[in-house]
Design a protein around this ligand. Structure first.
Ligand SMILES: O=C(O)CCC(=O)C(=O)O
Ligand SMILES: [Fe+2]
Length: 358
């Protein structure tokens, strides 16, 4: 500890230290900070009291050991329609691969600052890899208690060339294994809306043209009840596959202003529908708001893979969905424009979807 916490945050320009110099929240915590800097204090209406706002409901846990079983497909589609979120077990990604990629997140973030600084936007060897903090600090009034490394997956060669050595082999292996699961999930979800085959090149680009792997690192937080680890948002993806560690902290919106805990299950993957699949299915599948709270005592890591269209894909309700005569709720928008809108504001629930509404 270097003196009292108020001295530390008063004497530091927190924004410069955390964002511009790239020390992240990890850097603040390593300095022994004990109270939350004002930059992280959420307004009253955004604070999340887990003791009063949560329900006893839970999202489905689906055993996918037999993908070809029609009941498995039915359970997946029903969960995507009703909850927008579910967990899968027996998905085929080996436990060692899951454990190793979680360890790799710690290894990267716990490596020397000079090593990590190589991946700050101004230094990164490739614009596909970037070390960041909060969500988008340059547009946020209040920052989120999170550091993250984002890695666009183009192919194995680019991953080998640009991803950080501290984590790249584990990240590549995890990506390889999860891609099989992603294809399965999309096949099942698309079949229900009469899209027969995503193996075809163009349709693969339509839904899997951008695959992004994030390493979320949430250091211990002095006052988790007045800040947020990640604010209310839905994902700008088609689907997201999330691996979380054993700490817990993820909540999904239930009815009204209630929130449902997504408990960590060893070996499970959390799957959620993103905005793109809600748009393409014309509101059949739901991209549900979610948020994460920090932990006072320990670091939490989570690893989302965002599966999304290629940047120049036009997203809108699919013709197969409108064949039934339903009226389109969304117009066609270019995916890169959707993303621009998503990243131009702080996390704000489902506000970005207004951009695509008719
Ligand atoms: O950390 C979590 O549990 C959620 C992360 C998340 O929602 C995201 O990165 O979009
Ligand atoms: Fe998310």
């Amino acid at each position: 500890m270097e003196g009292s916490s108020s001295t530390i945050s008063d004497s530091l320009n927190v924004f410069d230290f955390v964002v511009k110099q790239g020390n992240g929240i990890k850097g603040l915590v390593d300095k022994g900070i004990e109270t939350l800097p004002h930059q992280y204090v959420q307004p009253l209406e955004e604070r999340f009291d887990t003791s009063t706002k949560t329900t006893t409901q839970s999202i489905p846990v689906i055993d996918v050991a037999n993908w070809d079983d029609p009941q498995v497909a039915e359970a997946i589609c029903e969960a995507a329609i009703r909850w927008g979120f579910f967990q899968i077990v027996n998905h085929g990604v080996p436990m060692e691969v899951l454990d190793q990629v979680k360890d790799a997140v710690h290894r990267f973030f716990e490596s020397p600052v000079e090593e990590k600084a190589k991946y700050l936007r101004m230094n990164s060897p490739s614009e596909t890899v970037c070390l960041n903090t909060s969500f988008n600090p340059r547009v946020e009034k209040v920052m989120e208690w999170k550091d993250y490394l984002t890695m666009l997956y183009v192919d194995d060669d680019k991953a080998s060339a640009f991803w950080p050595p501290a984590c790249r082999e584990e990240a590549k292996e995890y990506m390889k294994r999860v891609k099989v699961v992603i294809r399965r999930l999309l096949q099942v979800l698309l079949k229900r809306i009469n899209v027969k085959d995503i193996a075809e090149e163009t349709e693969e680009y339509t839904l899997m043209g951008t695959i992004r792997l994030n390493f979320n690192y949430y250091p211990p937080c002095p006052n988790p009840e007045i800040t947020t680890a990640i604010g209310r948002h839905s994902d700008a993806s088609a689907i997201t596959v999330l691996l979380q560690d054993e700490t817990g902290g993820l909540y999904v919106r239930g009815e009204g202003d209630s929130w449902i805990c997504v408990p960590p299950i060893d070996g499970a993957l959390v799957i959620n529908v993103g905005d793109v699949l809600q748009i393409m299915s014309n509101d059949l599948y739901k991209s549900i708001e979610h948020r994460a709270v920090g932990n006072r005592n320990k670091t939490r890591v989570s690893i989302p893979i965002f599966v999304a269209p290629g940047p120049d894909v036009l997203i809108g309700p699919l013709p197969q969905v409108l064949e039934t005569g339903d009226k389109a709720v969304y117009k066609q928008v270019m995916y890169s424009d959707y993303l621009k809108c998503f990243f131009s504001k702080p996390h704000d629930g489902k506000a970005a979807m207004e951009f695509a509404k008719i």
